[in-house]
Structures are given as structure tokens and as C-alpha cells.
Design a protein around this ligand. Structure first.
Ligand code: URP
Ligand code: ZN
Ligand code: ZN
Length: 464
């Protein structure tokens, strides 16, 4: 099968020009002006942006968490991602304590195989790493799992102590792989929570009020210090606050290989959402919590001046009815997480490019290229170039949509609310190709399934 995309404005992290893209099989085979080639399918992209497919390096599909399971599985979640212009996700396999990480990987392959519509890779969440298990980390790398997430948060669940952090960091560094860090001091936060609950403070807003930004900053500082000593490239996930960003800047200024991700929720939503009527604030109970609004300007500055590297969603949806409601009696029982995988590209285009905060090239870098480079997917993915996978999004820069659970164009996620209900965005995904297959054409699903596991290369700093 061959596809010719004609006359679009091709934008990568570094280029911006009008040309045709010819795709043969799964790869881009030719790029040029007025290509004279015979194609099985021709797509007119006049007045459209032709972008590398979005890469979301932080999703949680089909994840048991908070006494329930995230509402999107690999079928519904990857389809929704495709509608939103994302053609590759990196999800998290979870090692339960005492389990072999290789077994955990098998479980996650079982969840995704045959279900995904877009390509996918895995990080491994490490909850347990005694010395005798360390060799597994090299075997994981051989299987294409070249990054590992560890948690300073969630004591009694995913939390690991500093000794485990150090052992895993050392091994990951030796293997040429990367550590992803959920950086928040969960031990201190748990003490603050206990005191609040004792005082009868159980409404959703107390989720944010018991998680000070200083405890996120402390976690970032500690992770950077340990990574510096252990000599491993570090990636701070879902960075939410100015305090935490300051620690990243400090680490980078002294030469530590640390990069950080933020998420649309921290760029567009704020702590006031927890004040909504009744229990509604539970929709935004996620960790880290939403912050005071002024933090948003600092995060945008970080994105602009490259102290923040990527924008991921941390898509971890739970239905308001039945799932979020598990925490009606206390915020401590509300499953943590919110949906967003489908809305990322439009939100960032609108809030970043249309608002004049970042350039179009930077938009592509933040939503695709930088994640590909950080996680061993580049140049197979994350750009439009001869030989790269034909993961391509045809994007209408002028089209406006109102994000809503009731708008069939903006909501394919299997969750009963939208975290961005009523947001008007300019810039919308129209047509999506994944390895040359037309998944979505003019907002209509054409192909389902066919997504493949991507074995990632090492995450060496020199590759960025
Ligand atoms: O609230 C969140 N972020 N849920 C998903 C798990 C995590 O910490 O990333
Ligand atoms: Zn996390
Ligand atoms: Zn997460």
C-alpha cells in the first residue's frame, strides 16, 4: 500500500516547509515538491499541518490502582489517543512486590497484544529490587524496556525506599537506560494526611491541601542527588509546580542529566477545581495535585526555555460514577488520576502556539520528538523523514472544537466525564496514519487494531 500526502505544511521539531510526502508500506520513502509518483491513495493536505504523530510517554491503560482499574484498556485508550493525534504511547507495566519484572512484562504484553490501534511501548514500574533481581533489569533492556519508573509517593502501595532507588538507579545507569521518577515525599505527605483526616478534613480539596509543593520539590531534589551519584539519566514525571521546577533547573545548571515532563492538567487547570460543588472536585484528584494558578506561567517559561522537555498526559481515567465515588467518605479513598490522552495535542497547540507561548516547531518537539529522543524511539518515530515510520497527523490549525464528554469529536475515552469540559480549542486532528495505515480520515475511524509493541533502544544521553 502506498499513500501520497500532497501539498501540506510539513512541520517537524526543526523544519517547516510545504511539500508532498510519499509513503510506501510502513515508512516514509520520499519527500519533495510536486512528487510525480503513482500512489494507491492520495490525501490532499492543502492548508493543513502535516506533523509527526504525537508521542505520549505517560499513560496508564488497564492499570489496577486505588482499589479499582483505570477505565480505558488498550483498545479504547489507544483508539482515543489516535483520534487526538497521538500515534505512539509509552504505558507502564507494573511489578507487584516480590514479582519478577519479566513476569510483570508478560502480563502487560497480554493486556495490549491484539488490542492496540496505535504502537505502544512500556516503561517498567519497579516496586521491589533486591540485589538478586538486578540482572533482570538488563534482560528488560534487551526486551526493549529501557526505562523504569520508581515512586517516592504512595507508601504501602508503589512507594520504594531510598536504598531501592539507589540500587535501581545504579543498575539502570550501568545498562544505558533511564529512570523515571514520581518525585513527592510520600512519607511526610502521609503524616500530613493522617492529621487532616483526624481533624475531619475529608472533602476532595484536602487532597491538594495535604500535598505541599515543597514536598514535590524535596522529592525532585533527592532524586536528582541520587541520580547524580548513581550516574543515571533521570526523567521527572508529571512535574506540577514552580518549586519542583526550580530544583530541576538547579540540577541541570550543575550538569546533572535530568529532564522533566509536565502535563496539560498542570498547564491549564488549577487547585480551584477542587472547590466545585459537592463531590465534583474528585474528578481532578490526581497526584501530584493541581496547584495554585500562578504556577502555570512558570511551567510555560520552563517549556519555552527548555528546562521542561516533554508534555505527557499521565492519562489514568476513573469514571466519576462508581470509581471516583469510592472516595465519597474521604479523599484518601478516591482513585488518583484523570483522563486526557485524547485532548493533549489540541490543548497544547491552542494554549501554546495559538496563544503565542511557544513556536510551532517547539510544539512538535514537546508533543513528539523530545519523547522519542528521551526514550529510544528516535528517528524511527518523532519526526517526518525518509526512512522513519509513517506515523503522521494531518492537523487543521484553524478548526475550533469545544472539548466535552458530549462532543463526539473530542471524547472517545471510556470515561464518563472530561477533565477539560467546556474548553474551546483551536487546532484539531483530522487524519491520522500509523506506519502507513490510515487510522482516521477526516475524523472518521477507518482502521482499528494493528498497533504493535515497539522495542525501544537504549536511552543514552548522547542520543538527545
Ligand atoms: O494520579 C495519578 N497521577 N495517577 C497515576 C499514577 C501516577 O502517579 O502516575
Ligand atoms: Zn506518578
Ligand atoms: Zn502516571
Amino acid at each position: 500500500m502506498s499513500v501520497l500526502i500532497q501539498n501540506g505544511r510539513i512541520v517537524t521539531a526543526v523544519d517547516d516547509y510545504v511539500a508532498d510526502v510519499f509513503i510506501e508500506g510502513e515508512k516514509v520513502s520520499l519527500i519533495g515538491k510536486n512528487l510525480k509518483v503513482a500512489a494507491d491513495k492520495v490525501i490532499d493536505a492543502t492548508n493543513r499541518l502535516v506533523l509527526p504523530g504525537g508521542i505520549d510517554p505517560h499513560t496508564h491503560f488497564d492499570m489496577p490502582f486505588g482499589g479499582t482499574v483505570s477505565a480505558d484498556d488498550f483498545a479504547s485508550g489507544t483508539k482515543a489517543a489516535a483520534f487526538g493525534g497521538t500515534t505512539c504511547i509509552i504505558d507502564f507495566a507494573v511489578q507487584t512486590k516480590g514479582q519478577s519484572t519479566l513476569q510483570a512484562l508478560d502480563v502487560w504484553h497480554g493486556k495490549a497484544q491484539g488490542k492496540a490501534t496505535i504502537d505502544y511501548a512500556f516503561h517498567m514500574i519497579v516496586t521491589d529490587m533486591p540485589d538478586e533481581r538486578l540482572p533482570e533489569m538488563r534482560r528488560l533492556a534487551d526486551e526493549g524496556i529501557t526505562s523504569y519508573k520508581l515512586f517516592m509517593a504512595y507508601p504501602g502501595a508503589l512507594y520504594v525506599d531510598d536504598g531501592t532507588l539507589y540500587r535501581a538507579f545504579r543498575q539502570a545507569g550501568e545498562n544505558g537506560t533511564r529512570i523515571c521518577m514520581h518525585a513527592e515525599n510520600g512519607i511526610v505527605i502521609d503524616e500530613i494526611i493522617k492529621a487532616a483526616v483526624k481533624d475531619g478534613k475529608t472533602e476532595p480539596k484536602w487532597h491538594a491541601l495535604t500535598r505541599p509543593t515543597r514536598m514535590e520539590a524535596e522529592g525532585v531534589h533527592r532524586a536528582i542527588s541520587i541520580a547524580e551519584v548513581a550516574q543515571v539519566p533521570l526523567y521527572i514525571v508529571h512535574l506540577s509546580s514552580s518549586d519542583a521546577l526550580e530544583e530541576v533547573k538547579r540540577g541541570r545548571a550543575r550538569g546533572v542529566d535530568v529532564i522533566a515532563e509536565t502535563c496539560p492538567q498542570y498547564l491549564f487547570l488549577d487547585q480551584s477545581y477542587y472547590e466545585r460543588e459537592g463531590f465534583e472536585g474528585a474528578k481532578w484528584v490526581m497526584t501530584p495535585a493541581l496547584r495554585e494558578r500562578w504556577n502555570q506561567d512558570e511551567l510555560w517559561q520552563g517549556l519555552k526555555f527548555r528546562d521542561l522537555e516533554t508534555i505527557a498526559t499521565d492519562h489514568c481515567p476513573f469514571c466519576f460514577k462508581d470509581q471516583k465515588e469510592l472516595g465519597k467518605s474521604s479523599f484518601t479513598k478516591i482513585p488518583n488520576g484523570a483522563p486526557g490522552v485524547e485532548n493533549r495535542m489540541s490543548l497544547v497547540y491552542n494554549g501554546g502556539v495559538v496563544s503565542g507561548r511557544i513556536s510551532l516547531n517547539r510544539f512538535v518537539e514537546l508533543t513528539s520528538t523530545a519523547a522519542a529522543k528521551a526514550f529510544g524511539l528516535f528517528p524511527k518515530k518523532g519526526t517526518i523523514a525518509v526512512g522513519s515510520d509513517a506515523d503522521i497527523v494531518i492537523f487543521d490549525p484553524d478548526r475550533k472544537e469545544t472539548i466535552s464528554v458530549n462532543n463526539p469529536h473530542t471524547h472517545h475515552m471510556r470515561v464518563d466525564y472530561s477533565a477539560y469540559e467546556g474548553f474551546v480549542v483551536q487546532g484539531f486532528t483530522e487524519t491520522v496514519l500509523s506506519r502507513g495505515r490510515v487510522l482516521i480520515e477526516k475524523n472518521e475511524l477507518k482502521t482499528e487494531g494493528g498497533g504493535q509493541f515497539v522495542k525501544r533502544a537504549l536511552c543514552n544521553a548522547l542520543l538527545r
